[in-house]
Design a protein around this ligand. Structure first.
Ligand code: ADP
Ligand code: ASP
Ligand code: MG
Length: 408
């Protein structure tokens, strides 16, 4: 079967008109000879609105119930889209994540897909139906609904593309591809024709909201090429793919910002084996992702330990750290949530010394102080004041001339 997986994001299905346009696009693919599986997100800002409703009731609702609530957004979209396609005279069926065979672990609100059982989807495709699957949701071993974290419909689409051995996986959104920076922030940002899985994973993890990082991770693991493109035009978008040979010519491929950062500073932590392990394993046990970590040496038997987490984990981290503070004898804990991270990503950095220095120089010229630096082979990140992050992204984008085409 020549299977095509398409994913339509929230803005692409925001209202009746757009849903009908999406239905026409799906029908067009079906008429071109594909068996089509379309994964859809909740309409427009529905997920945020549902989160707002939950907040009216409780500041920390049970996560299982939150998933029960959030998953309803996608269920509205699949039913409406299936109706629009049926209106066009085509065989169609909508399936929830559970019906689509998306089996996850039980980490409610950020569940991971353990396996995909594509039997039902395959049967429906075999029967010539267009299959519409609710993105962002799955089912755990208890039979409960789970959700995959914000932006999780991307991951549903890639998982289905891998499980169905699809000919292509298209992610339709409100911009026409992956750009050198968020095109809403940097007017001179340029669309990339191609980008490697590795670079895209870094960009997505460092704040480029265009794809959920886990979708890219999954695509890399399963060799799925993702075509990111606009649902408002038929122009080609960006191919996110395995071959990164070409990309190495580009020293820097993109600049990102991440506003979702809190810095935690543990002052005078006892300097003995096992302390860092105790702190970070406690955070990990509750699913808290720690990002930048810096340990500074001091005079005497203590050290300072600094790390960053995301805003969503702020309250829980505070609670866990307060418990550890007494247990380990940490002198003081300082938090700062007025920071943001600006990063550059590019496979070519590996063989081009001086890239990090050029980034630091640009920040210095703009009077921007760097709080923390972290690097890997293909990225450099700096923690700076949140109020300066926009100008930092623009200045760095200019400095590396990312708006210009590569010379041939
Ligand atoms: P969808 O609802 O379709 O999933 P998202 O809002 O999740 O759409 O992602 C699309 C948005 O990602 C764009 O509107 C754009 O502002 C943002 N974005 C951030 N960084 C980039 C980038 N480097 N390239 C393209 N878009 C980006
Ligand atoms: N509706 C979910 C969200 O807003 C999932 C998605 O759109 O991918 O995060
Ligand atoms: Mg998205």
């Amino acid at each position: 079967m020549n299977i095509l997986v398409q994913k339509y994001g929230g803005s692409s299905v925001a209202d009746g008109q757009r849903l009908k346009a999406v239905a026409r696009r799906i029908i067009r693919a079906k008429e071109a000879g594909y068996r089509v599986v379309a994964v859809v997100s909740a309409q427009g800002d529905t997920t945020d609105e549902l989160l707002g409703k939950a907040k009216e009731i409780s500041q920390s609702p049970p996560k299982r119930e939150l998933d029960m609530l959030l998953s309803t957004g996608e269920q509205i979209s699949i039913a409406l889209l299936a109706m629009a396609i049926a209106e066009g005279g085509h065989g169609v069926i909508s399936l929830t994540g559970a019906q689509g065979g998306i089996c996850t672990d039980s980490l409610y609100t950020r569940a991971k897909i353990l396996r995909v059982d594509p039997a039902r989807v395959k049967k429906e495709l075999y029967d010539e139906r267009i299959v519409i699957v609710a993105g962002f949701q799955g089912i755990n071993d208890l039979g409960d609904i789970t959700t995959l974290g914000r932006g999780g419909s991307d991951t549903t689409a890639v998982a289905l593309a891998a499980a169905l051995d699809a000919a292509a996986c298209e992610i339709y959104t409100d911009v026409d591809g992956v750009y050198t920076a968020d095109p809403r922030l940097v007017q001179t940002a340029r669309k990339l024709d191609e980008i490697s899985h590795g670079e895209m994973l870094e960009l997505a993890s460092l704040g480029a909201g265009i794809l959920q990082p886990r979708a890219v991770e999954l695509a890399a693991a399963w060799g799925v090429t993702i075509h990111v493109r606009s649902s408002f035009s038929y122009s080609l978008g960006t191919l996110v793919k395995g071959d990164d040979l070409m990309e190495k010519q580009r020293v820097v491929s993109g600049v990102t910002r991440d506003m979702n950062v809190v810095k935690v500073m543990l002052v005078d932590v006892p300097d003995r084996p096992g302390v860092a392990h105790k702190i970070f394993s406690t955070l990990a046990a509750d699913g808290i992702n720690v990002d930048m970590i810096v340990q500074t040496t001091k005079q005497g038997p203590v050290t300072d330990l600094l790390f960053t987490i995301c805003q969503d984990d702020y309250a829980l981290t505070r609670r866990l750290i307060e418990q550890l503070r007494d247990e380990l004898g940490i002198a003081d804990v300082l938090y700062n949530d007025r920071l943001a991270k600006v990063s550059i990503v590019g496979a070519g950095m590996m063989s081009n010394p001086g890239v990090a220095a050029a980034m630091f120089g640009t920040l210095a010229e703009n009077g921007i102080n760097i709080e923390v630096i972290s690097t890997s082979e293909i990225k450099v990140s700096c923690l700076i004041g949140a109020d300066r992050v926009e100008s930092a992204v623009k200045a760095i984008h200019d400095r590396f001339r990312l708006g210009e085409e590569l010379p041939v």
